[in-house]
Design a protein around this ligand. Structure first.
Ligand SMILES: Cc1cc2nc3c(=O)[nH]c(=O)nc-3n(C[C@H](O)[C@H](O)[C@H](O)COP(=O)(O)OP(=O)(O)OC[C@H]3O[C@@H](n4cnc5c(N)ncnc54)[C@H](O)[C@@H]3O)c2cc1C
Length: 440
């Protein structure tokens, strides 16, 4: 049964930079309930917005209408170990998926940095990890069950309602409510992780070679320094021997240094920005070399306890060096003090209509600011650089582009709008962010 609660005073996203007050909050417990909730909202003239974990930095999940939490619609609907096809309810959190897949000895092909998101929220904004031969999470989607604006429940896949599928599998929450997601999973595997500091110059020179030689490659550059932390993960069969980090080392690196000490450093840098460059130099050295082998979800994802705001851009991979050097120049010229490292990842070209990697092998550049530090000037300056390099902003991370600037960046943008017009002519799933990026 749907639980409709009176409006919360306000909702806030993880980054604490978006607040909104829904007219009502519903928690449907079945697909029928979900459909009834959408119809009921329409009868009351209210808009509808499903929410996942609220981890988007943009206002993509905000609503003044009925906010639908899918937290009661979570878990496995069906799974087939032989084909690797697994259907999950739309509210399933990524962090629960390894446990749910364990009986079938399956795993998701790739993951991003964290696992707090819901599967539907993650695919809807184009959440991605890294790997030159791998796409974002939405490329792993094989089928969807949607509740559309008219309350109908529709299955779609490459062979059934293919246009609807193409639009909805990375649909910005604009096409319908995802009640279930079928993922193409693969046999569970381990990752052999190697991490080490590297100078920025060498990193930029060698990055393409590393991307070709290793499955999942990324680096963090510490502004105000010439230091990076390079990470490479290579896939091993599931029966390989685990050699995880010792508990002490994992706690020291991933909890104490990356969260506790980093939080102190961010606070110190906020109070005394001149301390940021020396602190960055210490950070660049503190996270030293390490090597370990563990189950893929444990290697892909980490805990992020220091709150921040983020903007991330996809650019053609060939433009990476120019992009990093341009960001370095603008930070120097403007005299900014940036306490957060800049993260660089890659993805293979894909054919998803609204994917930031559509049609091109991509590099992702993510810039962050501590949540108690102003970010807009920095993010706008980075946006100017990225726009000049044919950049596409992550749909869930801060940017300032509108529909007129975005349309030409996506070859299938008008096809996406056409599907939206067909299935949601009244913009039941609309909000201010969608008006910004898609037009009214
Ligand atoms: C600490 C942190 C780390 C991150 N790391 C990464 C990363 O490594 N890689 C990356 O690419 N991104 C990353 N992100 C961004 C994040 O993955 C995306 O913003 C993602 O969309 C958040 O998922 P969510 O479940 O919180 O969705 P929300 O933010 O709650 O919602 C996002 C969108 O999905 C829609 N939606 C939610 N549920 C449904 C549904 N059932 N049906 C239809 N639409 C739905 C919402 O309406 C909204 O439009 C990170 C964010 C944070 C805060």
């Amino acid at each position: 049964m749907t639980v409709v609660s009176p409006p919360a005073t306000s909702w806030v996203n993880w980054g604490r930079n978006q607040r909104w007050t829904p007219a009502a909050v519903a928690t449907p417990a079945s697909v029928d309930d979900l459909a009834a909730t959408v119809l009921d909202a329409a009868d009351r003239g209210l808009r509808v917005k499903p929410i996942g974990a609220g981890h988007s930095f943009t206002s993509i999940a905000a609503t003044d209408g009925v906010q639908i939490s899918l937290d009661a619609l979570s878990g496995v609907v069906s799974a087939d170990a032989a084909s690797g096809l697994v259907t999950l309810r739309g509210g399933t959190r990524l962090r629960d998926i390894p446990r749910l897949l364990a009986p079938y000895r399956l795993a998701m092909t790739n993951l991003g940095d964290i696992d707090s998101q819901s599967i539907s929220g993650a695919i809807s904004t184009g959440t991605h990890g890294t790997g030159a031969s791998f796409g974002g999470l939405a490329t792993q989607v094989h089928g969807l069950t949607l509740v559309l604006a008219d309350g109908s429940v529709v299955d779609c896949s490459p062979s059934e309602e293919p246009e609807l599928f193409e639009a909805a599998r990375l649909g910005l929450g604009a096409i319908g409510v995802i009640a279930a997601v079928t993922l193409q999973c693969e046999p569970a595997f381990l990752l052999h992780a190697v991490e080490r500091p590297m100078p920025l110059g060498a990193m930029l020179e060698e990055f393409d070679d590393h991307c070709g030689a290793h499955d999942h490659v990324e680096f963090y550059w510490f502004p105000h320094t010439t230091g990076t932390l390079y990470k490479q993960n290579n896939r091993l069969p599931g029966h390989s021997e685990r050699q995880p980090l010792s508990r002490g080392r994992a706690w020291w690196d991933d909890e104490f240094l990356s969260n506790t000490v980093f939080a102190w450093a961010c606070e110190l840098g906020r109070a005394a920005p001149r301390a940021i460059p020396p602190l960055a130099a210490v950070s660049a050295r503190a996270l030293g070399a390490r090597e370990y082998t563990d189950h893929s979800p444990a290697v892909f994802t980490t805990q992020r306890r220091v709150r921040f705001r983020e903007s991330e851009w996809s650019i053609p991979r060939a433009a990476l060096r120019e992009a990093i050097r341009s960001i370095e120049n603008v930070i120097d010229q403007r005299g900014w003090r940036i306490s957060f490292p800049i993260e660089v990842r890659v993805a293979a070209a894909d054919d998803l209509w609204m994917s930031t990697a559509h049609g091109r092998d991509s590099a992702y550049i993510a810039v962050h600011q501590y949540h108690r530090t102003p970010y807009e000037d920095y993010f706008r300056a980075v946006q100017d650089i990225m726009v000049g390099l044919d950049g596409r902003p992550h749909w869930g991370k801060m940017h300032y582009l509108d529909a007129s600037a975005l349309a030409g960046r996506y070859p299938r943008y008008t096809d996406f709008l056409a599907v939206r017009e067909r299935v949601d002519p009244a913009r039941r799933f609309g909000n201010a962010y969608l008006e910004q990026v898609l037009g009214s």
